[in-house]
Write a protein that binds this ligand. Structure first.
Ligand SMILES: [Zn+2]
Length: 383
């Protein structure tokens, strides 16, 4: 089959066109449609295939094989039919914003550090680039500023189609042997790179370039970037969030971190104070318990952490022969700790576990575990 005429190379902003259906083959639940000409860019260079419509038939993906562009549609089209193609321009434009921005960032990183872009992913929500060398946070900020300067200059993004001879002497990124015409995307002063994807024509179309995140990746860095509309959406969401938090904290948006830091310090000192008071309450409670019974049992829903054990120790110190402390309630069950200075408490532990579907154990002088039952029945068992 003859190569499809690639209108997206003639005009990267063309998003409505007329064409003739050359073939339509069913493929699973979908169809593969070939046109004589198309503005739909097939997946390549890290950029996904375009989506949109051919007449009223949905195009859900576009791919290329041996020069022929295949439009994946949800319904068949008749061979010979004239169709009106319409790209989902919002999606394509957003992708070009990310992709052209990626070239600027990769160019700056390459010129400045000599690193290569070894991985590029242009996802639906985010865009990542992997570089094979370290970048500091300060450097990342500088790269971002420099990239946005390239946007402000509103430079031409040129597409060059050099001959084989010209190509040999050319300095550009992604220099690999490619069959057929090599397309070079040139952003004067910033980047020259081989790429098969359609790009914006002016850097000003990119809008804001925001490097939102960076993480170590395979000894280098993975940078997460948002550009154009995506950056604007992200800014709006972050601003809403900052405003909401700011009003909850009664502080200015840009002072949230300082305020939260102070709150954290306050929280730490409050936690310390609560622990102190809990300790006092525990010993106060323990002092009022009668320790004369054979098994002194305490049920307290308010005891957490180490408190049951501390309560038991205080009561044993006060002379209790065997002491069993239960933390919890009838509904959710109890955590228990049982101890004695003179008796082996393991048989009692076994008895309780058997009666109340419990689990746990320990040493002769102390056991701990959990069980399910109600207070009256457990108390009865301890008598
Ligand atoms: Zn590219």
């Amino acid at each position: 089959m003859a190569d499809t005429v690639k209108l997206f190379y003639e005009d990267t902003h063309l998003h409505e066109f007329e064409a003739t259906v050359l073939s339509c083959q069913p493929d699973g639940d979908t169809y593969k449609v070939v046109l004589d000409r198309t503005a739909f860019f097939p997946e390549g260079g890290g950029q996904y295939g375009d989506i949109g419509f051919l007449n009223d038939v949905k195009v859900i993906d576009t791919k290329e094989k041996a020069g022929v562009v295949y439009h994946r549609t949800t319904a068949p089209l008749a061979e010979g039919e004239k169709v009106y193609g319409k790209l989902d321009w919002e999606v394509r434009f957003e992708r070009m914003q990310q992709h052209s921005a990626e070239h600027i960032i990769s160019g700056i990183v390459h010129n400045r550090f000599g690193y290569d872009n070894v991985g590029f992913h242009l996802g639906e929500d985010y865009c990542t680039m992997d570089f094979n060398g370290p970048i500091t946070k300060e450097q990342l900020r500088e790269i971002e500023i420099e990239a946005n300067e390239a946007v402000f200059k509103d430079l031409d993004i040129q597409t060059l189609t050099p001959s084989g001879e010209e190509l040999k002497d050319m300095e550009y990124r992604s220099k690999i042997e490619i069959e057929g015409q090599v397309r070079i995307i040139n952003i004067p002063g910033y980047d020259t790179c081989a790429c098969c994807a359609p790009h914006l024509t002016k850097t000003g179309e990119i809008g804001l370039i925001k490097l939102v995140d960076m993480a170590n990746y395979k000894g280098g860095e993975r940078i997460n970037m948002l550009s154009g509309r995506r950056a604007l959406k992200d800014y709006a969401a972050k601003q809403d969030n900052a405003k909401a938090i700011g009003s909850m904290l009664c502080t200015k948006e840009n002072e949230i971190a300082v305020t939260v830091e102070k709150m954290k310090e306050e929280q730490i000192s409050m936690k310390g104070r609560i622990m102190e008071l809990e300790q006092q309450l525990l010993s106060f409670k323990a002092q009022s318990i009668d320790v004369s019974a054979d098994v002194v049992s305490v049920f307290d829903g308010g005891l957490s952490g180490n408190a049951p054990r501390e309560m038991m120790n205080i009561l044993l110190e006060r002379g209790a022969k065997v002491c069993a402390v239960f933390a919890g309630n009838d509904e959710d069950g109890y955590r228990y700790v049982i101890g004695s200075k003179s008796e082996d408490v393991r048989p009692l532990c076994k008895l309780l576990n058997g009666e109340f579907n419990g689990r746990g154990g320990g040493k002769p002088e102390m056991v701990q575990g959990s069980l399910k039952g109600n207070k009256a029945d457990i108390e009865n068992e301890l008598k």
